[in-house]
Write a protein that binds this ligand. Structure first.
Ligand code: ADP
Ligand code: MG
Length: 598
């Protein structure tokens, strides 16, 4: 017999290993502690940190607190008040449920837990060192709980080595607190670092008010409110209009039943909704709440509970995409229909009473036409409300007006400048419209509508034209004939290096002749436009719209300007060209007056 080598790890070591999954860095400890406070029904939360959380993390709440026995038990692994049996996992209603956080944090730090149920005569204070309770005494605190964590990872040097600078860890903590604050607008949050207050958000009346506190009044004023309920799924939130964009997707916040999650499906639905409205590599700011029945989503997927799995992912994608897309398709409603927004406009049916989602439907290409439900539920920002709460901010007012997308055709035409931009005067300021970008979007949407109706319409030419191809490119061009035909060019090979053009896309009228085709051919790469796959057709359409639209450099007559503006107003997504560049830039009146020191 050889020596036995398998044995069970001591509890303390097992906890440290488990801790590795739950507490990756100080920010994850902060998240777990705050989630406990939220589950305890806290209304006010104060978070203090030192040295990026590695010196100290303390979270103080005014939640339900614990009695002495519960407090002692709460430090053990698998100790929880939130679920009782495996069947409870099917519909989790709390942020926590694994019973691991306190035990994990306690095992890799020095912890002090003070807690009191309001009805108890006094509270209890426990001092814990690497998971062991070293000291217990009665303490006089108000109802609630305070957890202090010092010297995180002091006994796991391997983990400590991986910590970034205090500044980086502090940044990660601030982000976590902000995210949880966005999800819980009715709860006050205060974060202080090394004795200095980083932010303090008083209890807010609406998600919008919290967004204003957390992300700033300027950004909030550039956001559209959206809401859509369908198939037992409810989506609501705020999203920046398409003129605004960021270099990172970190301004996209998604919450599922109040839980901050990172989810590929949700991210994709958001970015698809902004398709052709953002330049490549740019991202919107979005605060999105998805609510659904607790048994429609599995939150027990990841130790840090930041990932979820949906039972009916097709329906989730569709409702998120449409909620945003339909709202973005007509951003001028913010001005033309200044309906009052109050929090009560939001459907407040408890999630548990939502009807069950319908059976899974296959994920399909979603059409762009606004759904009737979305129409009714679109809620523009309320201009008056905005001003009332931010009386001192000149910025708040002017940028709110900047944010509103005008009806271009109602503005006074001042003329064309640099043979490329149309100057317009409105109440709010001076507007410059990029004539090419504007025309490109109009044309693109017309082409897209024709594709939806069965194909791009072709106009036959009275006399067919012959197009010479350079021998070097003939093979590429011939390979692209199916796409070129789909784009409305009626083309036939005519000898070894010649094509016969018999019809052109009708949208362009007389302007869409041989010249347009040769522009397309010139800009085509070896494989057409961006090889294949999703978005390939869209790329062809963008190219066609681009080549067929009026260029910067062409003088426009007033009649042409009027026509273009009227068409633009009838067009969806009119704020950006199909490549995502802005159609107009607004010089706010106040901005101009300030420049003149008025
Ligand atoms: P979980 O949150 O998954 O239940 P934790 O280890 O985070 O596990 O917490 C264990 C238990 O301790 C909780 O279920 C809860 O009953 C209690 N608890 C933790 N933090 C607080 C708090 N701030 N206020 C009241 N009770 C708390
Ligand atoms: Mg917890």
């Amino acid at each position: 017999m050889t020596e036995r080598i398998v044995h069970i790890l001591p509890e303390q070591v097992a906890s440290q290993i488990a801790a590795g999954e739950v507490v990756e860095r100080p920010a994850s400890a902060v998240k777990e502690l705050i989630e406990n406070s939220l589950d305890a029904g806290a209304r006010n939360l104060a978070i203090e940190i030192e040295r990026g959380g590695l010196g100290l993390i303390s979270v103080t709440d005014d939640g339900c607190g614990m009695n002495r026995e519960d407090a002692i038990l709460s430090l053990r692994r698998h100790a929880t008040s939130k679920i009782r049996s495996a069947s409870d996992l099917v519909a989790i209603r709390t942020l926590g449920f694994r019973g691991e956080a306190l035990a994990s944090i306690a095992s890799v730090a020095k912890m002090r837990l003070q807690t009191r149920r309001a009805s108890d005569p006094h509270g209890v204070e426990l001092a814990i060192d690497a998971g062991n309770i070293e000291e217990e005494r009665a303490c006089g605190i108000a109802g609630g709980t305070r957890v202090e964590v010092r010297e995180l990872f002091f006994n796991t040097p391997a983990r400590l080595k991986f910590m970034k600078t205090a500044a980086t860890e502090q940044g990660a903590i601030a982000e976590v607190v902000q995210r949880l604050a966005l999800a819980n607008h009715a709860i006050a949050f205060r974060l202080a670092a090394d004795g200095r207050e980083l932010f303090a958000y008083p209890r807010a009346n609406s998600p919008l008010e919290r967004v204003r506190q957390a992300l700033g009044g300027k950004l909030a004023s550039q956001m559209l409110q959206f809401a859509l309920a369908r198939n037992g799924l409810r989506v609501s939130g705020l999203a920046t209009m398409s003129q605004e964009s960021f270099a990172t997707p970190r301004m996209i916040f998604t919450f599922v039943n109040g839980r901050a999650v990172r989810d590929k499906l949700l991210s994709r639905a958001v970015s698809n909704a902004y398709q052709t409205l953002m330049p490549r590599g740019r991202h919107p700011a979005v605060v999105l709440f998805l609510d659904l029945r607790h048994d429609e989503v599995d939150v027990n997927v990841h130790p840090m509970k930041t990932e979820v799995r949906f039972k009916n992912s097709g329906a989730v994608f569709e409702v998120v995409y449409h909620a945003l897309r339909d709202r973005l398709s007509n951003q001028s409603e913010a001005v033309s229909n200044p309906e009052v927004f109050t929090p009560t406009n939001f459907d407040s049916t408890p999630v548990s009473q939502l009807p069950q989602a319908q059976a899974e439907r296959p994920l399909m290409l979603v059409a762009d036409s606004p759904s009737p439900a979305a129409r009714v539920e679109q809620r523009p920002l309320n201009l008056g409300y905005q001003r009332a709460t931010e009386p001192s901010s000149i910025n708040g007012i002017s940028s709110l007006r900047e944010a509103a997308v005008p009806m271009y055709s109602t503005l006074k035409i001042l003329g064309q400048i640099f043979a490329g931009y149309i100057a317009l005067e409105g109440d709010e300021g001076l507007l410059l419209v990029d004539q090419h970008a504007a025309h490109e979007r109009v044309t693109f949407e017309k082409l897209r509508a024709q594709i939806r109706d069965g194909g791009i319409r072709v106009q036959a030419m009275l006399t067919p034209a012959t197009i010479e191809m350079s021998p070097a490119r003939a093979a590429h061009i011939e390979a692209a004939l199916p796409e070129l035909r789909a784009m409305g060019f009626d083309l036939e090979p005519f000898g070894p290096s010649t094509l016969l053009l018999k019809g052109t896309p009708a949208v362009f009228g007389a302007g869409g002749g041989a010249r347009l085709l040769s522009d397309m051919l010139d800009s085509m790469g070896e494989n057409g436009f961006r090889a294949s796959g999703e978005g390939a057709l869209e790329e062809w359409l963008k190219q066609l719209a681009c080549h067929g639209s009026v260029r910067v450099g062409r003088a426009l007559e007033e009649r042409e300007i009027r026509e273009l503006l009227a068409e633009l107003d009838r067009t969806q997504f009119k704020t950006n060209c199909p490549h995502g560049r802005p159609v107009h830039i607004n010089f706010a009146r106040g901005q101009i007056e300030r420049m003149f020191r008025r």
